[in-house]
Design a protein around this ligand. Sequence first.
Ligand SMILES: [Zn+2]
Length: 427
Amino acid sequence: EKNKQLQRIYGLAFESKEKLVEYLHMMEEAEKRDHKKLGRELDLFSFHPEAPGSAFWHPKGMIIWNELEKFGKSIRKKYGNLEIQTPQLAKSILWKTSGHWDHYKDDMFYFDVEKETYCLKPMDCPFNIKIYQTRQRSYKELPIRYTEIGRVMRNEKSGQLNGLLRVRTITQDDAHIFAMESQVEEEIVSLLKMVKEYYQVFGIEPEFYLSTRPDNFLGEIPTWDKAETDLKNALSKEKIKYELKEKDGAFYGPKIDIDMKDALERRWQLATIQLDFQLPQRFELEYVTSDGSRQVPVIIHAAIFGSLERFMGILIEHTGGNLPIWLSPIQAVVIPVSEENFGAYAKTVETRLIASGIRTEIDNSKESLGKKIRDAEKQKIPYMLVVGQKEMESDSVAIRRRGDKKQDVMKVDEFVEKIKEEIKEKK
Ligand SMILES: [Zn+2]
């Protein structure tokens, strides 16, 4: 009792005043870019206490969502992925076979229906496998690449939920590749190419990690060694620098994780490419080889966005809500200098843009021009098209780019061509 009471005090120290200023600036910037705040301000999505951990997507958010999905699907298709769709719900027997029931039950939602236990799927893999199993497979059809925009449910603890970054309803851009062991390296090379193609569009510089055999591995050491060599060879073929995470693989196979650093230098995990020797055995998968014998295929799990919810959260914070034009819910807003005099002309410009497939709005409010421009800036609309006397007489628009005070006058047709090109180029 004679001891003085101790109080713990936490503090942060900085090498220099500049570093401190930098840190404070970053904190302020992070708050401004918070995706939950921007999601509300830009009317993209909402969360509700009745459904914790599940986002409700508003019309503008759905535009971004659909553009991302369309983009992802087009690349998957180019790389020979076949799209499938599987259910949300299955009897627990399926999850017992897959091993999820034993290893992952606490993270799953399950309940009884007609005296049987059913589970909401936490992963797509077993369902993709069921499709593989619908008939006998020959070496000639391998690799089979199934891709699915899979909606999965995971019982994340309520205290850990965090906006779009940690949710219970997760939409994965999933793929499961069924391949012969001899095809693994080539498949990984192709997946790595695909990863680069995805992220380059967003100006994201991916960082690669290779995780190897953990202590609690299942299977045979030679199989693991071969798989790790395949992954290493694929990475070096694609001239990818990577960091090694020794013993950090899943118990069922080695993996490549892909991270990104955002505009504030924060690191996020995005894609993962995982080899799996266990699920094919648990489900007794096989294919017929050229000599008529039976072999077990390897499964490669590959999600590139990871989860669409999480990717959108990260993208919103990375861009501060200034999404590229192709993803912007509203791509251009027409602003008449005065509603009475130029409202009708503004309307014709809007109609022409919409007819060309450009997501356009018109600001017909009675507000001042300055206020209308500020509103459009707040909504992060890439193009503001101001129209007054001069523009009406010359069939043109005065263009202001988001975040830029400069104004260029351009013929309407010319602008339509310019913005269409930018959308096509995914700028
Ligand atoms: Zn999977």
